[in-house]
Design a protein around this ligand. Structure first.
Ligand code: DP6
Length: 413
C-alpha cells in the first residue's frame, strides 16, 4: 500500500450572543448583520472529522454519524466547501511544482475523498451541529491539503457551508464581520478574545423537550428578511451599536453589560421571528419560564448585579451564561422548577465539574429574596438535560492512529 493522505480534527460548537439572522446572498451565505459568539468547550460538545484523499477512491463519499449520504453531489453546501478548498490546494500545488518539481508534488486536489464525521452529542438533543460540523470539514480539509492560509481565510469557506460555522474556526470570543463586498471576500470571522481571556465565564445548556420539528434557520431567516419590517430596524440601527458595546464588554470582562446585551439580543431575535409573516415560534412555554426564572434571579438579589444571561437560538433550548460562582445556584434553581425525568436520571445532570455532593441538585433552598411563586414547578422531563460547559478552544488536529474514524482501507471503522 502507498502512502496515506489523511487528517483527523475536531471543532467546537458556538452560541451567539449577538445573533446572525438574515442573508443578503443565500448562495455565498452573506449575512445582513454582523454577529458575535462564544465558543464552547469541546470536552462536552464537538464534531470530529477524518478525511482521506486517495487516487483509488471512485467518488467523494460522506458518512455523518454513521450514515452515508446517498449522493454528495446534491449537497450544495458541502460541494461549495470542497470546491473552494480544492481550488486553494490546486493553487498551492502549482506553487509547489515550481519550487520542488512535479514529481515531488502530490496532486491531492485531483483525488476523491472519504469524509467521516461524528458529533459527541446526541443530534436528538436538538443542539445545532451544522456550525461545528462545517467548521470541522473545512478545517480538516485545510490540514489535509496543507493550505498555507489563515483561519480567517478558512472562515470564509466554512461560512459557505453554514453561516454560523465561520465562527467555530476560533476559540474564545468570535465576531463574524458581515462585510460589504458582493463576492464575500470581507465577510469573515475574527477572534475578539481568546479562551483564557475570561475564564470565570461559564455556560449551562438546558435541553428543552420539543415534540415537533421547528422551522430550519435557513428557511426561517429567509422568511424574516422577506416579510418583517422590524428586521430592517435591527440590521440598520441596533446590531452595529451592539457589536461595539459587546466587544467592549468582553474586553473589559464586564458581565453586567455582556449579560444585558445577550438577553436583549436574544429577545430581539425572537421578536423579529414573531414579526415574520406567518410568524415563527422557536420559544415554548418551558423556554419562556426559563426566561422568567433568570429574570427573577437577576432582579431579586441584593447586590443589584446581573448574575446570569439567557439566550435562545432557533429552538426551545436555553443557553445560560454566568460567572462560575453563580453556576451551582443556577443549576439548583433550574433543577427545582424543571426536575429531571426518573427514566433519564443519570443523563439529566452529570455534574462534570463536581459541584454537588450526593444528590443535592435541585434540593437546596432558593436564593434569599427569590419569589418562589414566579412560575409553577414543571412536569418532570420538561428540561431533559442540563449540560455544564465552559469557554473553549478552536479546532484541534488529532494525530493518534486510534483517533481516525477510518480504517486502513479508508472506510468507516
Ligand atoms: C439562530 O448558521 O444555522 O443560531 O447559514 O442558513 O446555515 P445557515 O444558518 P445557521 O443559522 C444560525 C442562526 C442562529 C443564530 C446564530 O448562530 O448566530
Amino acid at each position: 500500500m502507498g502512502p496515506i493522505y489523511e487528517k483527523t480534527a475536531t471543532s467546537p460548537v458556538n452560541i451567539a450572543v449577538i445573533k446572525y439572522w438574515g442573508k443578503r446572498d443565500s448562495v455565498l451565505i452573506l449575512p445582513t448583520n454582523s454577529s458575535l459568539s462564544v465558543t464552547l468547550s469541546q470536552e462536552n460538545l464537538q464534531s470530529k472529522t477524518t478525511i482521506r484523499a486517495s487516487p483509488d477512491f471512485k467518488k467523494d463519499r460522506l458518512w455523518l454519524n454513521g450514515v452515508e449520504e446517498a449522493d454528495v453531489t446534491k449537497n450544495k453546501r458541502l460541494q461549495n466547501c470542497l470546491r473552494e478548498t480544492r481550488r486553494l490546494r490546486k493553487e498551492y500545488e502549482k506553487k509547489l511544482c515550481e519550487e520542488v518539481g512535479a514529481e515531488n508534488t502530490i496532486p491531492l486536489s485531483e483525488y476523491n475523498v472519504h469524509i467521516c464525521s461524528e458529533n459527541n452529542f446526541p443530534t436528538a438533543a436538538g443542539l445545532a451541529s451544522s456550525a461545528s460540523g462545517f467548521a470541522c470539514l473545512v478545517y480538516t480539509l485545510a490540514q489535509l491539503y496543507e493550505l498555507p492560509v489563515s483561519d480567517t481565510e478558512l472562515s470564509k469557506i466554512a461560512r459557505q457551508g453554514s453561516g454560523s460555522a465561520c465562527r467555530s474556526l476560533f476559540g474564545g470570543f468570535v465576531a463574524w464581520e458581515m462585510g460589504s463586498q458582493d463576492d464575500g471576500s470581507d465577510s469573515q470571522a475574527i477572534q475578539v478574545a481568546p479562551k483564557d481571556h475570561w475564564p470565570e465565564l461559564e455556560a449551562l445548556i438546558c435541553v428543552v423537550s420539543d415534540a415537533k420539528k421547528g422551522t430550519s434557520s435557513t428557511e426561517g431567516m429567509q422568511n424574516t428578511v422577506a416579510t418583517s419590517p422590524l428586521i430592517q430596524h435591527r440590521i440598520k440601527h441596533v446590531v452595529p451599536e451592539r457589536m461595539k458595546s459587546m466587544t467592549e464588554a468582553i474586553l473589559k470582562r464586564d458581565f453586567r453589560k455582556f449579560a444585558e446585551i445577550t438577553m436583549r439580543d436574544s429577545n430581539q431575535f425572537h421578536a423579529v421571528c414573531l414579526d415574520t409573516f406567518p410568524p415563527i415560534f422557536y420559544l415554548n412555554d418551558v423556554s419562556r419560564a426559563i426566561i422568567r426564572v433568570i429574570t427573577e434571579y437577576n432582579s431579586s438579589n441584593e447586590s443589584g448585579e446581573l448574575k446570569a444571561a439567557y439566550t435562545f437560538d432557533a429552538g426551545p433550548n436555553a443557553v445560560i451564561y454566568a460567572p462560575r460562582e453563580n453556576i451551582p445556584e443556577i443549576i439548583n434553581i433550574i433543577a427545582k422548577y424543571f426536575p429531571g425525568d426518573i427514566d433519564n436520571g443519570n443523563e439529566y445532570f452529570t455534574d462534570p465539574y463536581h459541584l454537588f455532593s450526593g444528590n443535592q441538585v435541585g434540593k437546596q433552598p432558593l436564593p434569599r429574596g427569590f419569589n418562589e411563586q414566579i412560575i409553577p414547578v414543571f412536569a418532570p422531563g420538561s428540561v431533559k438535560q442540563i449540560l455544564h460547559t465552559k469557554v473553549g478552544n478552536g479546532p484541534q488536529t488529532l494525530t493518534g492512529k486510534a483517533d481516525s474514524l477510518l480504517d486502513e482501507q479508508g472506510w468507516p471503522k
